[in-house]
Design a protein around this ligand. Structure first.
Ligand code: MRU
Length: 327
């Protein structure tokens, strides 16, 4: 498996969940030690750990900490962030463990952690085959090691295809700047050529400089391929369609919600308006102004060229192609 040069976003040591505080990256590396399921749920809600696969694994360890009251712990952890289905997936796996001893619960969480790393590696290899020589690739938010506790999904593909990459355009990703703060940090350490752009620049770059592929992760994919990801992904998919740029989603099976028929069944997380109104604690808008802050949007399957998974690539995702692929 590929060696990851960036620090682990999470680990379980001496009976505690240790989280790299992603809110502080790239300024500093600080770690927060969590001792309870409620502490894990709060850390997920506050985005100390973030990214769908990583919060799933953090929740699995949170279930180890909350093993004495599993139903309550499960409820708290699942509610921490409503869109990313990996949370529910991991918690459900943990609830299936009949032996609620620390040893048995920890063994299951470690198994999920290990499996998740393998899924990321396979997604990366499968996706790399789609990236042609000298590609200019655009990405949104952060779908690398910090978001996955593995090599990444979308960024994993970029890493695996690094010899074919000319430039990665990183959308800064307002309001929490996961692109500017985290993706840029990871790509710099991987020494992959990249340029930071603001969110509103994507269509212009496609028209003027040219983009060969867009690749992003996902937080929940419905049975028909509709895919929820960081707010701004839908705009990006529309721009890609208009400019004939292939638009790829990279995600493991733990991100697929087979109980959701389409985007209508995907809950969108709304976050505090302060994320919009302040930057670094400083107000940036008119006093008293209100703001909207949906954290995710859903890209309809019709705008997605293919979904890259650990099993292979689902071209033209739809209810039919998804059903066939996972049958
Ligand atoms: O709000 P975040 O930072 O948790 O959002 C993360 C994303 O939208 C990622 O693109 C998604 O979780 C996929 S990560 C492999």
């Amino acid at each position: 498996m590929t060696k990851i040069v960036t620090p682990d976003p999470l680990r379980f040591a001496k009976g505690e969940l240790v989280l790299l505080d992603q809110r502080k990256i790239p300024e500093k590396k600080t770690y927060i030690r969590i001792k309870s399921a409620s502490g894990a749920a709060k850390a997920i809600k506050d985005m100390i750990v973030r990214g769908a696969p990583a919060i799933g694994i953090a929740a699995a360890y949170g279930m180890v900490l909350g093993r004495k009251n599993p139903e309550r712990s499960a409820k708290m952890l699942i509610a921490a962030r409503p869109t990313a289905v990996n949370l529910k997936w991991a918690v459900d796996q943990m609830l299936k463990v009949k032996d609620r001893s620390c040893k048995a619960m920890l063994a299951k969480a470690e198994e999920l952690d290990k499996e998740n790393k393998k899924l990321c590696a396979r997604i990366s290899e499968n996706g790399a085959k789609l990236i042609k020589k000298s590609s200019r690739v655009m990405t949104h938010c952060n779908a690398g090691p910090l978001a996955t506790d593995g090599i990444g999904t979308a960024l994993g593909v970029i890493f695996a295809a690094r010899k074919n990459i000319d430039t990665v355009y990183i959308k800064e990703t307002r309001p929490r700047l996961q692109g500017a703060r985290l993706t840029a940090w990871e790509l710099k350490q991987w020494k992959i050529p990249c340029l930071l752009i603001s969110d509103g620049m994507a269509a212009h770059i496609m028209k003027t400089s040219g983009v060969d592929a867009v690749i992003v992760g996902a937080d929940r994919i419905a049975s028909n391929g509709d895919s929820a990801n960081k707010i701004g992904t839908y705009d990006l998919a529309i721009s890609a369609k208009y400019h004939n740029v292939p638009f790829y989603i990279a995600a493991p099976y733990s991100t697929i919600d087979f109980s959701a028929k389409s985007e209508k069944d995907i809950a969108i997380e709304y976050r505090d308006e302060k994320e919009m109104l302040f930057i670094g604690g400083k107000a940036i808008s008119a006093p008293g102004i209100r703001a909207l802050n949906p954290s995710f949007d859903v890209t309809p399957a019709s705008l997605i060229t293919a979904i890259i998974t650990e099993k292979g690539v689902i071209q033209k995702p739809s209810l039919k192609t998804m059903r066939k692929f996972y049958s």
